[in-house]
Each structure stands twice: as C-alpha cells, then as structure tokens.
Design a protein around this ligand. Structure first.
Ligand SMILES: C[S@@+](CC[C@H](N)C(=O)[O-])C[C@H]1O[C@@H](n2cnc3c(N)ncnc32)[C@H](O)[C@@H]1O
Length: 256
C-alpha cells in the first residue's frame, strides 16, 4: 500500500488518534533514551514519534526519521521544524544511509509488515545499531484487524480484499526467529490489544474503516458495495452491535 494522498492523510489521522498515542507511549517507555543519544525511526510517517524522540535525546542528540514516502516526509518535516536535532532521510529500510554502529536505538511502528524482503531490512538495523543496543518494532497481526456488525459475506469481501494491502499478515509470529538470525538476544513480545465499539470523530475505528474502504475501491470493489458496508457498520453502531478489533504486537530485542 502506498502512503500518499488520501491514504497518507488517513494514516496520519490514525497516528494522531488515541491508538497512535498509546503505541508511542509503549515504545518510549521501553526505550530508556538518554540525552545525547542517536535514535532512528524507520517508517516515521508524519513524524509524530520522531518529535517525541527528538525531545528525549535533547539538543546534543540526534533523531533520524526514515520513510520512503515524500508525502509523509513533508508532514514530518513540518511537525519537527522546531527541532534542530531531527534529520529526515527519504529512502528504504533495506538501504539506510547511516554508518555502521552509529545508533543507540532503532524503532519502527507498523512498517516492517509492508516490506517484502523483511530480513534484508532487519540485517540493515543490525548493521547500524551499536552493540548491546535495542530495536523496538510494532507490527500488527492483521488477521485480527476486524470489523463486526456488517452482513457476513459483504464483511468478508472487504476484509479479504484488505489482505493484499501488506506483504506480511502475521509478521510478529516469525519475528523472533528473524531477529535471532541477525544477532538479537533477549527478545520479548508485548501484545497491545484494541477493542473499540464506536466510530466517533477521531476514533481509531473510524480511520481503520476509512483505510479499508479506500483500499477496497482501489482494488476494484464497487463504490456501492463499499458504501453499503459502511452504512451497515453505522447501523450496527447505532444498535450497539458494532466492534473493531486490532492486535498490534510490540517486540524488542538487544543486539549482542
Ligand atoms: C502505517 S505507516 C506508519 C507510520 C508511523 N510509523 C506511525 O506509526 O504512525 C507506514 C510507513 O512506512 C513507510 N514505509 C513503507 N515501506 C517502507 C520501506 N521499505 N522503507 C521505509 N519506509 C517505508 C510508509 O511510507 C509509511 O509512512
């Protein structure tokens, strides 16, 4: 999936919602960043986490934000304009323009599951990290990214179409083995479950529904079917039988 234009806008809305904020807090509380350190956010999107990283490492530290999408990086630059210790890098996670052993920590949220050859990018993380330093990743178990309340066949059509939006539906399941292969130790997982029963403005469910709807249309599902799905979810919400579930997994490991 390309994070530009409408999809990029919705993604940044999700990042600004309570779902994005709680993920960032989880990452920050596991990082233990110190003033003067260098940290990289892979797939930094609109720069919401990057701004927090910049505050944590202070003026003598460095917060790098890497993303492949120029559209996202325009927003990240704007968000972090006041921080002289932020560097934005446009590029891909398998070829990061940073020196060997140069980062004290690397973080990434909802990005590695979109990368086809994910091992290449993990190897790149291991290359740029200093020995004994931490990599924190959040990836979603997409099988549990679900809506409830619409008629079953229509709901399945939209859900099944959405499978094509990323390369790895269940990356956290294989992440421990992949990290071990590149020298990471003391690997731990923490599930961050989401269960939401409303679609109010700024509800993560609202952004998730909008992304799925846009993607289904891009994939050739008719606009009528997509709007019927959305209208059924709206009715379900009114009648108190709507839910959206999501299961992001935070994984961290230390380079040996
Ligand atoms: C779902 S967004 C997550 C953004 C941000 N981390 C957050 O949690 O709000 C995924 C981001 O990863 C970027 N991305 C996808 N594949 C990438 C790759 N191979 N290298 C670098 N960035 C990538 C996309 O452009 C997008 O901004």
């Amino acid at each position: 999936m390309e994070f530009q234009n409408e999809i990029g806008l919705i993604q940044r809305g999700m990042a600004a919602s309570v779902a994005g904020t709680s993920r960032r807090l989880e990452i920050l509380s596991n990082l233990d960043l110190k003033a003067g350190q260098q940290v990289l956010d892979i797939g930094c999107g609109g720069g919401h986490l990057l701004e927090e990283l910049a505050k944590a490492v202070g003026p003598n530290g460095k917060a790098y934000g890497l993303d492949s999408s120029e559209d996202q990086l325009i927003q990240a630059r704007e968000r972090c304009v006041e921080y002289n210790n932020v560097s934005i890098i446009q590029g891909f996670a398998n070829d990061i323009k940073l020196k060997n052993n140069s980062c004290d920590s690397v973080v990434s949220a909802q990005t590695f599951e979109y990368i086809k050859d994910v091992d290449e990018s993990i190897e790149e993380v291991a290359r740029i990290l200093k020995p004994s330093s931490i990599f924190i990743n959040i990836s979603i178990l997409w099988v549990y990214y679900k809506f409830y309340g619409a008629e079953e066949d229509l709901n399945n059509l939209i859900q099944n179409t959405f499978k094509a939006h990323c390369s790895h539906q269940m990356l956290p399941v294989t992440l421990k083995g992949r990290l071990k292969k590149f020298g990471f130790k003391h690997i731990k997982h923490k599930p961050l479950p989401v269960f939401i029963t409303n679609k109010d403005e700024n509800s993560p469910a609202r952004y998730a529904e909008e992304v799925m709807a846009q993607f289904a249309i891009q994939q050739g599902v008719s606009k009528n079917k997509v709007s019927e799905w959305q209208s059924q979810l709206k009715t379900a919400e009114k009648e108190g039988r709507f839910a959206y579930t999501n299961l992001p997994i935070l994984t961290y490991g230390y380079l040996s």
